[in-house]
Design a binder for this molecule. Structure first.
Ligand code: CUA
Length: 339
């Protein structure tokens, strides 16, 4: 009993601490209207199913108890009283099952229909493409010159509905930001849409939720929900070309970058680098993480990833580029300056 008490205390402590530390990635701590209706649905299903389970256990216990006490009648013996009782119990249970299924199906339909794209209102529109193993973003706009690319970090204004259009480049991925929205698969050749919003400022972690190969677990993203003015300021920065090198080392870093195979895969707007197979690096240092959430952004982590990507993300499609220590130093200095 004493041991049980201690285990229970540890369990509740874990539940409490996880409630605090995973608020930014937890479907049961929703931070937006759509996530709220999904969480309500989850609790409704859990409650109803727990109640049904309890009823079944009570009925089973009662039947076993009656059998043991010799009170139960033999089902193979013709007994009109028993048959009337059995008919009543079975038809009541059948009707209750149908009712419960209809209620749960309707609730599920109502909750998920709020998440589909019903057009009309002016939503922020972002095209998300899943790649092995990173997220390509394109912020849409009615004015073509205000469309810009980014990667792995989605900024949204608090309170505004966001429509993400989801495509996949290679295999099936799944877009899942538990605190803000439900899961939606990204299927090659078939675009999907998902609508969500954040009611509170914060950084919400998302994760690819469909096994998509070796680095599936390291295919994360962040959703940064910020006040509308801060979002607009961020958007203006993203629309700009990359920052110019501010010293000779960064200047050398840019020359090294442009002279190496880096440009075949990465774009840095404002330079000759226009590769499309890897993330756009125009403002790479302005994001919280690199390599789809693998490492926090810093000059050191950029250098570590560039010097040997396979060490940090085994299987990643980024090859190792031969760089001298001096070149590596210059390139990491340049990239770390791209705010
Ligand atoms: Cu992409 Cu799992």
């Amino acid at each position: 009993m004493h041991r049980f008490g201690r285990s229970a205390a540890v369990f509740f402590l874990l539940v409490l601490t996880s409630a605090n530390s995973t608020e930014w990635q937890s479907a049961i701590h929703p931070q937006g209207a759509q996530a709220h209706s999904l969480a309500n649905l989850f609790w409704l299903f859990t409650g109803v199913c727990a109640f049904v389970w309890l009823l079944v256990m009570v009925a089973l216990g009662l039947a076993l108890w009656r059998r043991q006490r010799g009170l139960a009648s033999d089902p193979f013996e013709h007994d009109p009283r028993f048959e009337r009782g059995a008919t009543f119990v079975i038809s009541t249970a059948g009707a209750a099952t149908v009712t419960v299924l209809i209620v749960l199906t309707t609730a599920s339909f109502l909750a998920t229909s709020g998440m589909s794209d019903n057009g009309g209102e002016d939503m922020l529109s972002i095209h998300v493409t899943g790649h092995q193993w990173w997220w390509e973003l394109r912020y849409e706009d009615t004015e073509p010159q205000r469309i810009f690319p980014s990667a792995n970090e989605i900024h949204i204004p608090v309170g505004r509905r966001v429509r993400v259009t989801l495509s996949a480049d290679d295999v099936i991925h799944s877009f899942w930001v538990p605190s803000l929205a439900g899961k939606q698969d990204l299927i090659p050749g078939r675009d999907k849409a998902l609508v969500f919003s954040a009611a509170r400022q914060g950084i919400y972690r998302g994760q690819c939720a469909e096994f998509c190969g070796l680095q599936h677990a390291h295919m994360a993203m962040l959703v940064v929900a910020e006040p509308p003015q801060a979002f607009e300021a961020w958007r203006e920065v993203q629309l700009k070309a990359a920052a110019q090198p501010s010293d000779t080392e960064q200047l050398r870093g840019r020359d090294v970058f442009l002279g190496k195979p880096c440009v075949a895969c990465h774009a840095i707007r404002g330079t000759a680098a226009g590769g499309k197979t890897g993330p756009d690096l125009t403002h790479v240092a302005g994001r919280h993480t690199i390599a789809a959430g693998r490492l926090p952004t810093s000059r050191g982590s950029i250098a570590a990833f560039v010097v040997d990507p396979q060490q940090i993300k085994p299987g990643v499609h980024m090859p190792r580029v031969d760089l001298s220590p001096d070149e590596l130093n210059a390139v990491s200095g340049y990239l770390a300056g791209l705010q």
